[in-house]
Structure formats: C-alpha cells, structure tokens
Design a protein around this ligand. Structure first.
Ligand code: RIB
Length: 294
C-alpha cells in the first residue's frame, strides 16, 4: 500500500508583527524569515517524520528549490514533483505577539495542475493505495474522481475552504480531516456535535476527524466517537499545526494504531509544532513526539 499526497508547496514569507494589520494601516514588521510550507508539503513532511513513506506530487516554480530540498531531506519521495516556468506558490504570513497568524495565499505553480499531469502521476498507484488532497491546488475534483475510479482510498483535508470544493464529489472521500470552520461549511451548522451528526448523515461510510483548536479533536467512524484533549504549550507560531495533526493522524491509521492513541500522538505532534517557528521546519520527528513531556 502506497501513499500519494497531491498537494501544494509554498514559500512562506513570515513577518513578525505587533498586531495583525487592519485595512488602510501601514506597520513596520519586527523581522522576516522565509520558510518552506504549503498544506501539501507540510502534510507530506509530517507523514515522513511520523515514519510513513509518502510520494508527493506537486508543481514548483523557478525559485522553488528550497521546497524540493526540504521534501527530499525529510524523506519524502519527490519523483513526481515537477518544476515549471513562473513562480512557486507563496504566502505572506503575519505572526503577532500572541502567536496568532493570518495568511495571504498566492497560488502560483500550485494552480497549474493539468488533467494530463494528474493522470500520469496516478499511473504509478493502484487500488488500496491512499490519495491525500487539500484545497490549495486546482483540479481537486478531478483528482478525487480519478483516484476513486482507480480504487484508491481518498483522504481529504478541505482546507482552505472555498467554493472550488463545490465541484468535488465528497461521497468519494473515505476520510475527512477538517476543522470547525470547514465542518460548518460542509455540514451547514456551527455546533461541533451537529457537524458530526450531519457528516454521518451525508457521508455514512466516511470516517471524520474534527479538530476543535484548544478544545481538542473528535474522531467519528464505525458508529463510534473518540475524543481527545489538546495539549497546552507556549505558542510561538501556529502555522502548520493542523497539517502536523493531519500527517500524524494518517500515519497512525496506516500503522494500525488504536484511534485513541493516534489522536493523542497527533495532538502531541501538533502542540510541538505550535511551540516552534515556521511551517515545515516546526514539524517534529516521531522520536521527539514520543519523548515530549506535555
Ligand atoms: O497550513 C499552513 C500552511 O498554509 C502554510 O505553510 C502556508 O503555506 C499555507 O498554505
């Protein structure tokens, strides 16, 4: 069984600010650093650091070498990553004194997926393999369709939520990993318990992991729910915390661990990511997760 993550790779330009800018305001930043990121890249790195071999498919632009390097250096299989003319995806991220962030996303090469490229990558995979997707690339609907037709298990992190996802046939998704905002959009209600009820009604065969920020997370599947608390740490930068959780959760499932243990491990990994700067570089290795005293 192989894992393919078809997803974004971004250069994150991270600015330290006193407070998040408001409309019309000009503010001097306290510093700027460039980190490798992107929901796709972060989740591949989390999977690899959790000990699961993963193939990443994605598109980088001319200045995207850093993105390729960190994938390769973290043990992600990069054979399907292609470099194309033009700019890589990038973000402008403000991080304030309370470690809150806000993210402006430029799609760049992440939005240049073609049906031909997706078909070509999927050729290397077969029934029973896992296809992981987020919503920072174009043609997510096509990838879901084609992965499902091939018999792959489709895992969707519908983030960031936007109306492109309306085109996705979510009935073909086996596992959803989503937060409250995304859950509310898909389920049409803001109450977490109602979100889970609605998800079970709409997608009775799918498993769901709903993350609730400081209130932890809930797994729902096979007619049961398992709840997990969030670990509290001194927050430095919350970027990639959700991606770390997603990667570690999928890794635990593929490693055949018990759900309560998987949730606990994913929460610990995510807490460690919050306590460090940047996106991909903040994702801990499994040894660090196991050794952490939280
Ligand atoms: O989920 C965090 C990621 O979202 C960042 O690395 C940034 O690139 C944005 O895509």
């Amino acid at each position: 069984m192989k894992v393919l993550n078809m997803g974004s790779l971004n250069l994150d330009y991270v600015y330290q600010v006193d407070h998040i800018l408001t409309g019309g305001e000009t503010l001097a930043s306290g510093g700027m650093e460039v980190f490798p990121g992107g929901k796709g890249l972060n989740q591949s790195i989390a999977l690899a650091k959790a000990g699961v071999p993963v193939y990443h498919a994605g598109l980088i632009g001319e200045e995207g070498q850093m993105l390729l390097d960190i994938c390769g250096g973290s043990g992600v299989d990069t054979r399907y990553i292609r470099r194309i003319p033009g700019n890589s995806g990038h973000t402008i991220i403000q991080v304030d004194r309370q470690a809150q962030n806000c993210i402006l996303l430029y799609g760049g090469s992440n939005r240049a997926f073609t049906r031909e490229y997706i078909d070509e990558v999927l050729e290397g995979f077969e029934a029973g393999d896992v296809l992981l997707l987020q919503n920072e690339i174009n043609l997510v609907d096509y990838a879901v369709e084609k992965g499902w037709e091939r018999g792959m298990k489709v895992v969707l992190n519908p983030s960031p939520m936007d109306d492109k996802l309306d085109a996705v046939d979510m009935k073909k998704v086996s596992l959803f990993l989503l937060n409250e905002v995304e859950g509310a959009q898909i389920a049409g209600t803001e109450d977490p318990d109602r979100i889970l009820e609605q998800m079970a009604e709409k997608f009775p065969d799918a498993e769901v992991v709903l993350t609730l920020g400081s209130r932890g997370s809930v797994y729902q599947g096979g007619g049961r729910q398992v709840r997990q608390k969030a670990y509290r740490v001194q927050a430095v930068d919350t970027t990639a915390a959700g991606d770390t959780f997603t990667g570690y959760f999928i890794a635990g499932m593929l490693q055949g661990m018990e759900v309560s243990r998987i949730l606990d491990m994913a929460s610990r990994a995510s807490a460690l990511a919050v306590s460090r700067k940047g996106a991909a570089p903040s994702i801990p290795r499994m040894e660090e997760v196991l050794a952490a005293r939280l």
